[in-house]
Design a protein around this ligand. Structure first.
Ligand SMILES: N[C@@H](CCC(=O)N[C@@H](CS)C(=O)NCC(=O)O)C(=O)O
Length: 320
């Protein structure tokens, strides 16, 4: 572990069960639409606005090129500075594919990222793709996990989970491997530190993330709240390692991406259901969440917090 011994390592865990909330879908092509600045986590609201804007076709065609340019400029400069201030359009996604859907033309040279719109693991890779400005190079293919097409397991990914990435004639899975893969195999700003001390700490935090989520899930499944509190305390401590903050290794990186989708879910659920404010007494975590919410690459992927809470209520109903 780190020189300061921030993270206590525990044994690796098995993957968390899938997020069972409903997938969102819109019968629209993948494209970027101009939208005004919106508060983070307004996914549903954003989709509604997107539908309205589709009706405004002239506005869309007039504004689209500059939106794309802004993304590319951001990607070519600094993720942290660029993403934190960017307020570009919301990407409208194609409908989730179901058992009734035909497979896409597999291995035709298109790079496809298979996701579920409610899966935190898939969200990691989706954020990475957005941060690197790869919206045009990596096509998102949402899958309806509740009504999964047979061809997904048979022809795409035998692991039958999301995320999976179809690239260069092969398909690979596992979100933590994939965020590194996307970072190192595609253009765009590097999301991994070169500085050896930061790199070492980043590795430790990427190993720790499963233990962190396991500790919180254990408490959600009826375990003691202390276990989750200790896990959040470790995050608070880790966020203090590099003073330039507010991100784990100072600058926004894959580490933030690995934790963000889970904290996005834990925070509103713990607040609503257990009355626990995870940011109370944890100013660095509060600052991290605040700064992250300004990151357009991330907020593009956020789900409606109310829907996330409802999904977790169903999932942990027997423990509530
Ligand atoms: N360890 C995997 C976990 C992926 C995962 O569990 N994905 C869920 C959705 S959130 C899934 O596809 N579940 C389908 C299933 O288990 O059948 C990763 O990090 O990518």
């Amino acid at each position: 572990m780190a020189a300061r011994g921030i993270i206590k390592m525990t044994s690796p865990v098995t993957p968390s069960p899938m997020d069972t909330s409903t997938s969102y879908s819109l019968p629209l092509p993948t494209t970027l639409l101009p939208l005004p600045c919106r508060p983070p986590n307004a996914f549903i609201q954003g989709l509604r606005s997107a539908v309205l804007l589709v009706a405004c076709e002239p506005l869309r065609s007039r504004t689209l090129p500059s939106q794309l340019c802004r993304r590319r400029r951001t990607a070519a400069t600094s993720v942290f500075a660029g993403m934190a201030t960017s307020c570009s359009g919301k990407e409208v996604l194609p409908p989730a594919l179901t058992s009734a859907s035909e497979p896409p033309p597999l291995f035709d040279g298109t790079t496809r990222l298979y996701i579920s719109l409610t899966c935190p693991f898939a969200q990691r890779v989706w954020i990475t793709r957005n941060c690197k400005g790869l919206q045009d190079q990596i096509k998102l293919v949402p899958i309806d996990l509740q009504d999964r097409p047979d061809w997904y397991k048979e022809k795409v990914y035998p692991g039958n989970k999301v995320p999976a990435l179809e690239h260069n004639g092969k398909v690979i899975g596992e979100s933590l491997d994939l965020i590194k893969y996307v970072d190192s195999h595609f253009d765009g700003p590097s999301l991994y530190p070169e500085d050896p001390a930061k790199k070492e700490f980043a590795e430790e935090l990427l190993v720790y993330v499963d233990s962190f989520t396991k500790a919180v899930f254990t408490s959600l499944k009826g375990g003691s709240d202390d276990e989750a509190a200790a896990a959040f305390d470790q995050i608070e401590e880790a966020l203090g390692k590099f003073e330039e903050g507010p991100f784990f290794i100072g600058q926004f990186s894959l580490v933030d991406i690995a934790y963000a989708p889970f904290i996005e879910r834990f925070q509103p659920f713990l607040l609503e259901v257990k009355g626990i404010d995870i940011t109370a007494g944890r100013p660095r975590l509060a600052a991290w969440i605040k700064e992250l919410s300004k990151n357009d690459a991330y907020s593009q992927t956020c789900a409606d917090p109310k829907q996330l809470v409802e999904s977790y209520k169903k999932r942990f109903a027997s423990q509530l």
